[in-house]
Design a protein around this ligand. Structure first.
Ligand SMILES: Nc1nc2ncn(CCNC(CO)CO)c2c(=O)[nH]1
Length: 289
């Protein structure tokens, strides 16, 4: 039975990209809303538009450029997604996570994912960077999990463990590098919860997610993490807190995409510095790559 975006399709796309790419990437980076400038860190970049890549989806969201950038970061061969795919764009979930399998088949061993998220934890401020230590996959509760359907053993096992999805060493590395860069004042860590979107959450949903132990809420990342872990890549993920989720009915605040992108602009420089310094630490003691 033809599995949507299955092994053969991902392999064909990976081979097509490797034929174009100047480097065979070891590290994958996914840029979240407004964080696309991370891709400009790469040296000797080669940029390929998603629309030119066989079987690749198209980015449809403002703030997601829709380009794959190959290059090196402090000597480490990287591939960077400038723009990612979301359930709310109407893609089948396996389509939104296909890039993770393509990364794997190109030789990527570690993925750094970034996203913009709303802060549920009341200690969080707009502009904070949260190291994700775990996630709550709400769409998964309703059966919308990227691994549903026939399992392809060439990627991974039928029932993959997710209790260690977010690599502990790489979380510690993120905090250590942040301390070195004197970023600790706006560094957080916590649980990321995903909704499908595109509507932002209601007050009752924010209060429920917070009550369930979520520190931030977004519309991406968890599906990519599940697929990345299924095929054995290491994962570290960072949320830029772009607004305080509305938790009371009297609040004047209204979540909006423009504010998400503005905060991304504001913090983009520190995010770039954090990620690039992490990469240099990972590659020099390359056991952690
Ligand atoms: N309250 C709240 N604040 C947020 N900031 C970013 N996102 C992630 C969703 N980003 C969408 C819309 O900006 C674009 O992918 C969210 C969210 O889902 N909820």
């Amino acid at each position: 039975k033809h599995i949507l975006y299955g092994y053969e399709e991902c392999k064909a796309t990976a081979d097509w990209l490797l034929a174009e790419a100047p480097v065979r990437p070891l590290l994958g980076i996914v840029c979240g809303s407004g964080l696309g400038r991370l891709a400009e860190m790469l040296k000797d970049p080669l940029v390929i538009k998603y629309s030119d890549i066989p079987s690749f989806p198209r980015s449809t969201v403002h703030g997601h450029a829709g380009r794959l950038v190959f290059g090196t970061l402090n000597g480490t061969p990287c591939v960077c997604m400038q723009g990612r795919f979301h359930l709310y764009e109407g893609y089948p979930i396996q389509k939104t996570t296909m890039p993770m399998r393509v990364f794997k088949l190109m030789g990527v061993e570690t993925v750094i994912l970034t996203n913009a998220a709303g802060g549920l934890n009341q200690d969080f401020k707009v502009g904070d960077i949260m190291v994700i230590k775990d996630h709550i996959n709400i769409p998964g509760f309703a059966g919308n999990n990227p691994l549903v359907g026939a399992n392809d053993e060439r990627f991974g096992e039928r029932f993959p463990c997710m209790s260690d999805a977010y690599d502990r060493d790489l979380q510690q590395l993120a905090h250590a590098v942040a301390a070195e860069l004197d970023y600790s004042a706006f560094m957080q860590e916590g649980v990321y919860s995903a909704l499908a979107g595109p509507s932002f959450e209601t007050v009752a949903e924010c209060k429920m997610l917070h009550f369930l132990g979520a520190d931030a809420v977004g519309m991406s990342t968890v599906h990519e993490v599940i697929v990345a872990r299924h095929c054995g890549m290491r994962v570290v993920a960072l949320s830029l807190i772009t607004n305080q989720a509305v938790m009371d009915y009297d609040s004047e605040k209204k979540a909006n995409h423009e504010e998400v992108l503005q905060t991304g602009e504001l913090r983009a420089q520190q995010m770039e510095k954090l990620v690039s310094t992490m990469v240099s630490r990972m590659s020099c003691n390359n056991k952690t790559l």
